[in-house]
Design a protein around this ligand. Structure first.
Ligand code: RIB
Ligand code: CA
Length: 322
């Protein structure tokens, strides 16, 4: 039984691993990829997405160009972590093209025409998703689940308080988090507990597949960038955030979640983009009236199974198209 998904990406290096994992997994039917401004400028995110599908021999996966900036804030901001992503991926220039339809319109058309069986997987800023919901609210009831890579409870990366995807477009994130549909959030609290080492990446290259080679190039770049600018609990290893969100669809046990109320700060001087999680009641309704209590709305991941994650990547990226 495969799961139909749409991946919304701001293709950088971990989005690229997520795209390959989704495209090659026998458990997923990748309906299409929508692209949003984030890790780098939109045109480069689109080019990188096309390069990935052409490189792994799947040029037929439709790619759609989306929002080039946040839905409410004025400037198009990009990830300063250029040592982790760069601008263009280390793959040959794409010869295939994106589809002519705008990503927001394709999302609307696809969900209105669907049987309500396409999981939505945003792994970049949520500008495309929020824009689609605002333009056509009827799509919300057609989305069975939203699995978001984003957010942070214990510590941010874009700021001390906020994770990059949420921070870049907090108004969009707030719309999506409050849309009323089932949401699983894969935040830094989980992705930073599922690191991929240089030895793991070398084993991916040794698979001898296009995806294994590309994953080695992307992950080794990430490790160099993280060691230099954002060292994890051990050197020589890096998170591959977006791929963990895809693996959580294939095998939900790869992450551990808590059901809690989550909302997004959009006006804090120091905390804009923070995912504010209320774990106080552990899913219970407070015995006494509590003016701040709001019912849980998100399965928020606080842990991950690193060996299982690495094993899943190794199995899936060892496959070839067709
Ligand atoms: O904070 C990690 C997220 O920001 C990932 O999706 C990465 O690709 C960047 O977009
Ligand atoms: Ca991303």
């Amino acid at each position: 039984m495969t799961t139909k998904i749409i991946l919304d990406v701001d293709t950088g290096t971990d989005d690229a691993v997520a795209l390959m994992t989704a495209a090659l997994s026998p458990d997923i039917e990748l309906v299409g990829a929508t692209v949003v401004n984030g890790n780098t400028v939109l045109d480069s995110c689109v080019e990188n997405t096309l390069r990935v599908f052409e490189w792994i021999g799947m040029p037929g996966v439709p790619v759609f160009r989306g929002m080039s900036r946040p839905i409410a804030r004025f400037q198009a901001v990009h990830n300063p972590a250029t040592r982790i992503h760069g601008d263009k991926l280390d793959l040959p220039e794409a010869t295939i093209k994106a589809q002519p339809q705008h990503a927001v319109d394709w999302l609307i058309d696809t969900y209105l025409a669907s049987d309500g069986d396409i999981t939505l997987v945003p792994v970049g800023p949520l500008s495309n998703i929020a824009a689609a919901i605002q333009k056509e609210p009827r799509i919300v009831e057609r989305i069975p689940e939203i699995v978001i890579m984003g957010g942070a409870h214990d510590h941010g990366n874009a700021t001390a308080s906020a994770e990059f995807n949420i921070w870049l477009d907090p108004e969009a994130a707030r719309i999506v988090v409050n849309c009323g549909r089932p949401i699983r959030m894969v935040p830094l609290d989980a992705t930073h507990r599922a690191l991929v080492s240089l030895e793991d990446a070398t084993r991916l290259r040794a698979l001898g597949t296009p995806a294994g080679e590309a994953a080695y190039r992307f992950i080794s770049k990430r490790i160099e960038g993280y060691d230099a600018t954002q060292p994890m609990q051990r050197m020589g290893a890096a998170p591959v955030h977006d791929a963990l969100a895809v693996c959580a669809i294939i095998d939900p046990s790869v992450i551990t979640t808590r059901f809690a109320h989550v909302d997004v700060e959009t006006s804090g001087e120091l905390t804009t983009g923070r995912t504010v999680c209320d774990f106080r009641f552990s899913g219970r309704t407070p015995a006494e009236a509590n003016f701040a209590y709001q019912p849980p709305n998100v399965e928020f991941a606080l842990d991950a199974d690193e060996p299982k994650f690495v094993a899943m990547l190794t199995d899936i990226l060892g496959r070839t198209a067709g």
